[in-house]
Ligand binder design. Structure first.
Ligand SMILES: [Fe+2]
Length: 274
């Protein structure tokens, strides 16, 4: 396997222990003790590593089969979300592609404690109304101790930044990241070309002791969970944006603003490209 060596680390950023100014944290959304207890649970049994590229994620034969499966899909049957201006959905992927992805991540991380949270296929292209795809700076609130971000196809690069590293991939390459722990975003789409597109497949992977196994996915919209996540952003997002602003190497970021969206905007069918 032509992979970079896995570099174990403590996730560099959005954890209390890494906060540069602990004495002056404003506990706006949640008290410190509750926060620390929840953060401990968030980290329990997780393996922390530097984000990395995995070459040749599927065999040539498997990848061709995956491409053929995806080329048989119609965008009109895939949900469109105005949250990130993309088509994104579960697509009835044959189980073997999921099994292979999990086995590969287990091997790379050296643990059997890797399970599927969920997967999504994403097609990024400008709509006929001119909506350009974007991936804003964020931490995932949905389950994702580990995420396989597979470059499936398209006719352009669309780099992803994970904490302080930018990755530009080719087809069948994966960036393995920790979306619940590391801030991430993609470079601005920056094109009015209606024919430009970028396709990806995301496997969000978790572990036995992950919160969604213990409390169910409903926990994600509970008052406690939301306070925890807002507290994390309050503590870390500005620090992260400063880090990106000061970097000479990282691309510009996009900030999300879904204040004008209604719930139906997140799950539309029948939106057209071009
Ligand atoms: Fe994410």
């Amino acid at each position: 396997m032509n992979n970079k060596e896995l570099i174990l680390q403590k996730s560099k950023f959005a954890l209390y222990e890494n906060h540069p100014n602990k004495d002056n944290i404003d506990w706006l959304h949640m008290d410190k003790d509750t926060y620390l207890a929840m953060e401990k649970e968030f980290c329990e049994d997780a393996i922390f590593f530097e984000p990395l590229i995995i070459e040749n994620f599927y065999s040539d034969e498997e990848f061709l089969e995956l491409k053929n499966f995806i080329s048989g899909l119609s965008l009109s049957q895939i949900a469109y979300t105005k949250q990130m201006n993309k088509w994104e959905d579960q697509i009835g992927l044959p189980q073997k592609f999921i099994d292979i992805a999990i086995a590969k991540v287990k091997e790379i991380l050296g643990t059997d404690d890797v399970e599927l949270g969920y997967y999504l296929y994403a097609h990024h292209q400008m709509t006929k109304e001119g909506r350009q795809p974007f991936l804003q700076v964020h931490l995932d609130w949905s389950p994702g101790t580990y995420m396989v971000d597979l470059h499936v196809g398209g006719n352009r690069d669309w780099s992803i930044v994970v904490h302080d590293k930018e990755f530009i991939t080719k087809e069948n390459q994966v960036v393995l990241v920790q979306p619940e722990f590391d801030f991430h975003y993609r470079e601005p789409w920056n094109s009015d070309d209606p024919n430009m597109y970028y396709q990806a497949l995301f496997f969000h992977l978790t572990r036995k002791n992950h919160w969604h196994k213990k409390y169910g996915i409903e926990y994600q919209v509970s008052d406690l969970f939301l306070k925890f996540q807002h507290q994390r952003l309050h503590m870390f997002q500005d620090l992260y944006l400063n880090l990106v602003d000061e970097s000479q190497e990282l691309p510009a970021y996009v900030l999300g603003d879904d204040s004008s969206l209604v719930s139906g905007d997140k799950d539309l069918l029948g939106v057209e490209a071009k």
